[in-house]
Write a protein that binds this ligand. Structure first.
Ligand SMILES: NC(=O)c1ccc[n+]([C@@H]2O[C@H](COP(=O)([O-])OP(=O)(O)OC[C@H]3O[C@@H](n4cnc5c(N)ncnc54)[C@H](O)[C@@H]3O)[C@@H](O)[C@H]2O)c1
Ligand SMILES: O=C(O)C[C@H](O)C(=O)O
Length: 340
């Protein structure tokens, strides 16, 4: 029996993500929670004849939504409008994430928790500190979803290199990964296949490629013109990541070469090694390829940090500086400036 709960299931991300998860063979109960329209969404999905039953839960029903959940995914919160940064969402989304993570700690303390709500760089520290305060924090169980950055990087590299390239478009995660965080300069694409990076440089489009990956979210916000941010591509990315967690829970083989996630380093076996390799012992969170065991992050694949080019190192150093501020902001929201 595997129960997956989506908190914020009626939203732009929540609905298509729920649809994709309804197709997962690993889920027996898909539990949807939202403050609005959840009865309609869950009834609609419940007519799909797949493995899982789909249940819907409104505001007063959060205990039922969460009880027994193995995996909790949180896309609840407001999205950006043109002219806004992800950090502009902090005030509203921090309260939402804090409250939903508290309920998760209370009613589903063993669940793996995936944070989609923005700004991810600050929302994950909020989730971790809140669970620590409650005495419910389990290292490796709380991660921020940065998979959309990898999905974009895989897509854009093919866009830049053209149709006649010999690339396998469906398996690009062996060639590229994305590390750092999830906002602008904190997003750092890294080539595992160095030849591809070199080719982009030769074609004089490396910088443009990096910019597109770092600011791909803005492209969508601009195109949607006030109607929100990425929802469909995010649903696909969230589904891909959730499926990897579910495969790991079910001891099935991963389909990916690298699985990036934004993680809390002190909670991970080789977290210290990462801090040393990044050159900052105070860095508590970063997105890197992770190794999963039973759906939890057991360790980090640090090989990516051993083979950075000078450009990638420069980008990572810029990212780390910005990340530290984002992380502190999230921590302070829970534990207060005086205790830091
Ligand atoms: N990590 C990423 O790569 C990524 C990508 C896309 C979007 N996002 C973020 O995901 C979030 C959601 O985006 P969206 O487009 O789905 O927004 P949306 O407004 O369409 O949906 C958000 C949903 O959350 C619900 N909600 C709000 N407060 C809630 C609460 N306390 N409990 C339960 N549900 C609650 C709303 O009712 C709504 O249905 C945003 O913060 C956005 O920035 C992150
Ligand atoms: O850009 C946003 O605000 C949403 C999301 O983080 C994205 O990268 O598309």
């Amino acid at each position: 029996m595997t129960k997956v709960t989506i908190l914020g299931a009626s939203g732009g991300v929540g609905q298509p993500l729920s649809l994709l998860l309804k197709l997962s063979p690993y889920i027996t109960e898909l539990s949807l929670y939202d403050l609005r329209n959840v009865e309609g969404v869950s009834k609609d999905l419940s007519h799909i004849n797949t493995n899982s039953k789909c249940t819907g839960h409104g505001e007063i029903d959060i205990e039922k939504a969460l009880k027994g959940a193995n995996l909790v995914i949180i896309p609840a919160g407001v999205p950006r409008r043109p002219g806004m940064s992800r950090d502009d969402l902090f005030k509203i989304n921090a309260k939402i994430v804090k409250s939903l993570v508290s309920y998760t700690g209370k009613f589903a303390p063993g669940a793996r928790i995936l944070i989609i709500s923005n700004p991810v760089n600050s929302m994950v520290p909020i989730a971790v500190e809140q669970l620590k305060l409650m005495g419910k924090f389990q290292p490796g169980n709380v991660v921020g979803v940065t998979m959309l950055d990898l999905v974009r990087a895989e897509t854009f590299v093919v866009d830049f290199l053209g149709e006649d390239s010999t690339l396998d478009k469906t398996k690009m995660d062996k060639d590229i990964t994305v590390i750092g965080g999830h906002s602008g300069n904190t997003i750092v694409p890294v080539f595992l296949n160095k030849k591809l990076g070199e080719t982009l440089k030769m074609k004089k489009c490396y910088d443009e490629f990096i910019h597109r990956v770092q600011f791909g979210g803005d492209e969508v916000v601009k195109a949607k013109d006030g109607a929100g941010s990425a929802t469909l591509s995010m649903a696909l990315a969230g589904y891909k990541f959730a499926e990897e967690i579910l495969r790991s829970l079910h001891k099935a083989k991963s389909t990916m070469t690298t699985i990036p996630a934004f993680v809390y380093l002190p909670g991970i076996s080789n977290g210290k090694e990462v801090q040393e390799k990044v050159g900052n012992k105070n860095l508590e969170y970063i997105a890197l390829p992770v190794n999963l065991v039973y759906g939890s992050v057991a360790s980090i694949d640090t090989t990516v940090l051993d083979n950075l080019t000078s450009e990638e190192t420069k980008l990572l150093n810029i990212a780390v500086k910005e990340l530290i501020g984002n992380i502190d902001k999230g921590k302070k929201f829970i534990i207060g400036a005086s205790k830091l």
